[in-house]
Design a protein around this ligand. Structure first.
Ligand SMILES: Cc1ncc(COP(=O)(O)O)c(C=O)c1O
Length: 377
């Protein structure tokens, strides 16, 4: 969006405000499908659970990855509400519940939908057998997350050495393992993680086949990076690597899916905040804005993501600190931003803030989450 459009939104809705451009979401989805034509995109709802985004991506052709029962119901409810002509045939295998650990109450509630669920250990398998016996299973493998911005491999995924035992055990109890999955870590800029993960999955699939079990689904997870800075190599380079490995390692009739979250929504959003206070501390200009790391900038804490702030007017810049609006000292958005001299009520904006931002906003100190405005829906 242009600066003029952003200023118009701030004028109409006030601040703090997050603008989400659905045209950018549609473009990201189309780009993902174009570069990875064999891979169906299951949008990871956790990245940004705005119902408007779920509807836009559903209409574009996406399926969904959910991490909880509320996310599952959010997808269900929002798709039901679409006018008949825009609805595809909604089938439950358009959703994967990809959180490997699930409360038993969630399993009980999901069972009637014959869901596709991930697991990565024997205790979870037994729980699924008892509370969701109609589920299809996807075994989550542990794969290298080297260099990824958010590391997931210490929390989830079974070692490849025990993978086939977990597959055999599932079949022995009467469940069906339909697929294998992995996650290379979020914002994965080290593309070798994908190459290694695909090789690990292919070896497990081959061993399962040799023990009499054909696995038909490969879920290559999320992790597809967006260009927060110029060091991130283009997506087409990653896609070429993935396509080559898929062609080399897997049978042509295998179903391949991915769970992109960040890639589909991060670049679609811009946050606009207002300077509400200023001070000079240790000789350095400090600005206080009406958003915070407990709100839109929560990704600084939970997503390990550094967002930059920009001013609307061009002028000589100086290094300054930008704090959030809460009383917490940890609520520091940046200790090193290059900004012009600012006055109270000046506006600042941050781009590429659509993933893991509003999603984890709180009401800390009584401040409400930023207003979200959807454009080009
Ligand atoms: C199981 C699973 N799938 C998909 C995603 C989305 O990952 P990303 O936003 O990196 O694409 C995550 C993120 O944590 C995840 O845990």
């Amino acid at each position: 969006m242009t600066k003029k459009q952003l200023l118009a939104v701030a004028k109409e809705h006030g601040t703090p405000v997050v603008v989400i451009d659905h045209e950018v979401i549609r473009r990201s989805y189309a780009g993902f499908r174009r570069h990875l034509p064999k891979v169906q995109a299951y949008y990871a709802v956790k990245a940004n659970p705005a119902p408007e985004i779920v509807r836009t991506l559903y209409q574009a052709g996406a399926s969904f990855d959910v991490a909880s029962l509320p996310e599952f119901l959010l997808v269900h409810e929002n798709i039901k509400r679409l006018p008949a002509k825009e609805r595809q045939d909604f089938i439950w295998d358009k959703i994967i519940y990809a959180n490997p650990i699930k409360p038993k109450e969630t399993l009980e509630a999901l069972d009637e939908y014959k869901p596709l669920l991930t697991y990565d250990n024997r205790d979870e398998l037994m729980k699924i057998k008892r509370y969701a016996p109609h589920a299809g299973l996807v075994l989550r493998l542990r794969v290298p997350n080297t260099g990824s911005m958010v590391e997931l491999s210490s929390k989830f995924g079974c070692d490849s050495g025990v993978a086939v035992d977990l597959i055999l055990e599932a079949f022995r109890t009467g469940l069906v393992v339909e697929g294998l999955s992995f996650h290379v870590g979020s914002q994965c800029t080290n593309f070798e993680n994908f190459v290694q993960a695909l090789n690990i999955a292919a070896a497990v699939m081959e061993e399962a086949r040799s023990r009499g079990h054909e696995i038909k689904i490969l879920d290559i997870g999320g992790g597809f990076p967006i260009p927060y800075d110029t060091h991130v190599k283009p997506f087409r380079e990653l896609a070429t690597k993935i396509n080559v490995e898929i062609e080399r390692l897997f049978a042509a009739d295998i179903q391949i899916l991915a769970e992109p979250g960040r890639f589909l929504v991060a670049t679609a959003a811009t946050a606009i905040a207002r300077v509400i206070g200023k001070a000079v501390r240790d000789g350095k200009p400090c600005y206080y804005i009406d958003d915070s790391v407990y709100h839109t900038y929560s990704g600084i804490i939970f997503d390990h993501c550094q967002y930059h702030l920009k001013a609307f007017r061009k002028a000589t810049t100086e290094i300054c600190t930008v704090f959030g609006q809460t009383c917490d000292g940890m609520d520091t958005i940046s200790q090193s931003e290059a900004l012009p001299k600012l006055e109270i009520d000046d506006l600042l904006y941050s781009e590429n803030i659509g993933a893991y931002s509003s999603a984890s906003s709180t009401w800390f100190n009584g401040f409400a989450p930023a207003h979200v405005v959807h454009v080009n829906q």
